[in-house]
Design a protein. Structure first.
Length: 94
């Protein structure tokens, strides 16, 4: 097993929020798997085709829209909540 160097600087919390990813083909609905002050794990049932920089809208627990510009750190399939999701590690840039 390889040793991985932890590069995160901020604590992540397991917060699930609705998220909408804007693509040229339209919006794709998903959710967060966890979130920190600098980024989030985004989970989608369909594989979104995105550039390295992309726009999402997070829905707060109070039902407020929070538009965010993100940069893709990584993407790939993963299992969460007994389902297979397409995950994107995203840094918040704006």
């Amino acid at each position: 097993m390889k040793n991985r160097i932890e590069r995160r600087r901020h604590l992540r919390i397991p917060l699930i929020l609705p998220v909408s990813l804007r693509t040229p083909q339209g919006a794709i609905k998903g959710k967060t798997g966890n979130i920190s002050v600098s980024g989030a794990l985004l989970l989608f049932l369909k594989t979104p085709e995105i550039d390295n920089t992309f726009q999402i809208t997070l829905k707060s627990p109070e039902n407020h829209d929070m538009p965010v510009t993100c940069e893709k750190a990584w993407s790939g399939s993963m299992i969460a909540e007994e389902s297979v999701f397409n995950g994107i590690g995203a840094y918040f840039t704006k």
